[in-house]
Design a protein around this ligand. Sequence first.
Ligand code: SOE
Length: 378
Amino acid sequence: MSKQDLRIGMIGYGFMGRTHSNAYCKAGNFFDLPYNVVLKAACGRDAEKVQTFADNWGYESIETDWRALVARDDIDAVDICVPNNLHKEIAIACAEAGKWVLCEKPLALTVEEGEEMCEAIEKAGVPNTVWYNYRRVPAVTLAKEIVDSGKLGRIFHYRANFLQDWTISEDVPQGGAAVWRLDAEAAGSGVTGDLLAHCIDTAIWINGPMVEVSAMTETFIKERVHQDTGKKQEVKIDDACAFLARFENGSMAIFESTRYARGHKALYTFEINGENASIAWDLHDLHRLQYFDHSDDSRVRGWRNVHVTDGDQPYMGNWWVPGLQIGYEHTFVHQVADFLMQAESGNFTGPTFRDALETQKICEAVLESAKTRQWVSL
Ligand code: SOE
């Protein structure tokens, strides 16, 4: 039986536009999707650049105005891959037009914006997701399954880091293409919304809700040239952020993120310590899960280094043969696959806009705590 087409409109063509387009191209080859994914149109303000992007990935057409894309009858789902300050307006317009919406993280600039987006999306009843892709690293999904099975027992500790080093030079500008993440107007915040948001999404997915946070932030380089004005302007994002947190289940946590950890490019790590067992994961070695089980025979007890590639591990039955690993781009393929396979039936495992709003609330509480130097309750 031929499948119904799901026609994608992509807004934005940067790094995330590429990861998502790659996922749309591959998902149907590896997963039995209920739809035939069609790359219908790509949209960006620069016609030449967006045409090059469209030709590379196989989009059938281009638009240079996102409103025109959202108004098209031949688009079923819109993927929002533009800077954070544009998410709200586009997502609400998509919801009102009855489109499915896939939005890049973080959901919005603020909780207030995120709430408006959730209301519009839920009122329209359209399938929706936010691209917190690391949930779908097979080893991370396995960590969630192990914790859910109760094997760790009572959880005492959760700790996570996301470390980078790409903004150490004072010569890196802010604003405009490629470096809008350094411009508070476009990004909302620095590492909190960009990197810690990933750590928070994974943490609350695995370890449940957080109840309070206490944070500190720092902006190491106070002024940078803004690409739009050519002038040195104050840097208003957080270059680094560290925070303590307490979870509803009684466990305590420590989170750290920076773009000033010389030598680290994208070191996302987390560790969970329970009464009976511990789990650790590292993005630089993403196919492995470290697992320590205290119930093992004491003479051979130690950290197990599980190579998460066998067919009975999450997602791996759809890929190669045991022992052959997959990588970063596959997390996006998994998100497309789950979204399309689960969304219409209403049992999508998320993250939905509503799930991403929880992360947004924590990010906002973290920034408020850093500003007021007080614990903030959630
Ligand atoms: C920033 O450098 C960045 O690209 C984030 O925006 C992504 O969300 C993260 O996955 C990798 O780092």
